[in-house]
Write a protein that binds this ligand. Sequence first.
Ligand code: SF4
Length: 909
Amino acid sequence: MGSEVKTTTCYMCACRCGIRVHLRDGEVRYIEGNPEHPLNKGVICAKGASGIMKQVSPARLTRPLRRKAGAERGAGEFEPISWDEAFSILEKRLASIRSTDPKKFALFTGRDQMQALTGLFARQFGTPNYAAHGGFCSVNMAAGMIYTIGGSFWEFGGPDLERAKLFVMLGTAEDHHSNPLKIALSKFKRDGGRFISINPVRTGYSAIADEWVPIRPGTDGALLLALNHEIIAQGLYDREFVARYTNGGQLVIVDPASPRHGLLATDEDADAANPQYPQNQLWWDRHANRPVVSHTPQADPYLFGDFTLPDGTRVRPAFQLLAERVGEHSAEWAAGITGIPAATIRRLAHEMGVTARDEKIELPIAWTDCWGNEHQTVTGNPVAFHAMRGLAAHSNGFQTVRALAILMSLLGTIDRPGGFRHKAPFPRAIPPSAKTPTGPEGVQPNTPLAGLALGWPGSPEDLFVDAEGKPVRIDKGFSWEYPLSVHGLMHNVITNAWRGDPYPLDTLMIFMANMAWNSTMNTVEVRKMLNDRGADGEYKIPFLVVCDAFQSETTAFADLVLPDTTYLERHDVMSILDRPISEFDGPMDSVRVPVLPPKGECKPFQEVLIELASRLELPAFVDGEGRRKYRDYPDFIVRHETEPGSGIGFLAGWRGADGSKALLGEPNPAQWQRYAENNCVFKHETPPSYRYMRNWNRGYMEWAQRVRLRRWGDPILVHLYSEVLQRFRLAAQGKWPGRRPPERLAQRVATHFDPLPFYSAPLEAQATDLEKYPLAAITQRPMAMYHSWDSQNAWLRQIHTHNYLFVNPRTASAQGIADGAWMWVESQWGRVRCMGRYSEAVEPGTVWTWNAIGKSPGAWGLAPDANEFTRGFILNHLISDRLPGETSNSDPVTGQAGWYDVRVRILPA
Ligand code: SF4
């Protein structure tokens, strides 16, 4: 066989770097970064280089397994079966569910990169019960940003560090965009940029920050309100940007007695342009001193004031309402909540504001806006932000992220050089047009779901509830409990199914999600639930299927285990229909190709889904006669189109019969080969005039419509004021003409669906005796391991096999805990013994540890005395998915798990 080098895409974390795999005699000898890959340019991290050890891990699952008759769940007693048998079991069971009540089947996945396929499978099956890990991870970041600016961080957009002068990072340690961000940061610093990190802990990227601003967890919303306050009070907002590109100048009806209170005033005689996203809102024109339809040529809106329309309706510009709201939130107020001195908050705001104002960028790029105005240059304000789970994973995170998006907008940094920039297919409409069904009739036997399992509600009418307002989804997503749960609520699934609330499941299929250990908020209880039986002696969740490449804590509970391949053994796509690897200057997508044959009888989960979909005769996977359409997954990827003849498939590159078309074109049988010849990546560069101001850029919009990235070409104004939220609030106040929440939820919806950002303490903090449990406890993902994925990796285990609880020396010594000593960390939900480590890099009111290093004995192929069992711990044992009063420990807007909200105390052990 000899030596050879194959290119593919790394999957030791979710960053998707290009790699070169060096093989000798068919075995991996080493893995290096691919210098020709546009994302990582040859850079590789410790995880990426250690992929070689994944292949030889003793934790690999290599055969389909069935729980032994009579063996208890969790005991891990299995017998090997053939794939034929496994498929027969599944086919029989799933066909029966599909023909009776498809929602009794649920598919939940972890940090997979194939949601376009898993989502299609679920929809075709007809079940609403599908989601990936987002509700547990960072849905607040996605939803808070997308409902405000039409885009978000990481796959969807990011900081333009090439041109920024000031970079502010909040709540991020090690990121999804790891290597590209490290490359960009090192250049940014060399070019003289200033980097401020706002975080309770100084780890990861923050190590090279010029300034670390420690903050108490869960209080970022207060800081951001105060920063917005200062930016407006000091006159440092970009008035022109706010007036033209946000809804700040649009008039809001101010009449508490009216059913239209808080909605935007419109001119009903004007052309709405698009009934889905009407364009007939009003400004009060400064020149004519009268109301005009917004963006009327030559008009310029008042941002402040109080006006009366000719019909007597009182209105105020949205910006006026925002200014009033943030006016209540001074730096002194925020200082008491965040622990950041008021002078520091004022200085930060001033630095952001003057950098944005005085260091403007001007690029000689002509472009035309959506209203037909021609601009000779693209300008930008060089202040860039990046934020992630530290802001998101709190029960107040949605409004916190809204406050961040508003700050970025006041500084005029949205899709402009030096600020935040979108990545295709973003920006999207606010909210995006994809919708779920709106009632139980959307779920029918032997029929695909009448909508998507996950969508973007724009009003109460878009919720997925029955006539009484009860949830249709098992996780209660898109119900009044979590109306904007756009990523679902993975953390609710097992608990709800066990309770039979809103109904019991029959079969739960889990793909690469460790839902019985680190991907749950109440590890101990969830493990009991998986083992619990009803009065009839049957398990309360009757059938559990786990597909994973490794023997995790969750596989032990399975009735059926399906052995997945590793990333080096499969085809895979980072699809434009899902989360592609696009960069600022145009769409990009990429693939994995197998560089090794599957180990043992491993089968990629993609192939499992294609096989099952064909056997179950799901319409998109069979022809008119019910015959199988696709040979296998690679064949599916090449030939599947979103609609017959649409020219849109999972991959955007080398389309058309001869591979000459990009983004849109007929299927190309040689598509995989073309990707393999091109470093497994496809890049489409748009002309410079389409690269900025895309929310309002006519040229970009027309092109995006042509290639079907966008349905409509309407401008996407930044929602400083969220009319979408106000619609839900009106419903809760009994004023909305349509659906209304159940009485018990009305106050909660009215409070949290505030159209303007506000701060409230996380729900868990409100339900905790803070005298007894004064410290915040959080986790971070280590740089050397991606969650629990590499607990079995021999090289990475040399970096860490167990974790410590990091405590500020002042806090630890006050409790008599020595550096390195055993200690207890205790919440109102439980206690864990762990080893403490002094660290100056954590603010005194916070303790933290690495996520998912501690393991359950017997899992991951580790020795019985492995450090992961004897010294490691996971903080999840201290967290609950329920709060006193039986409310969920989740954000009431999005359902985001509030797993960074737990309060603890520490004691010597
Ligand atoms: S950052 Fe992630 S994708 Fe990139 S090399 Fe490291 S593990 Fe692989």
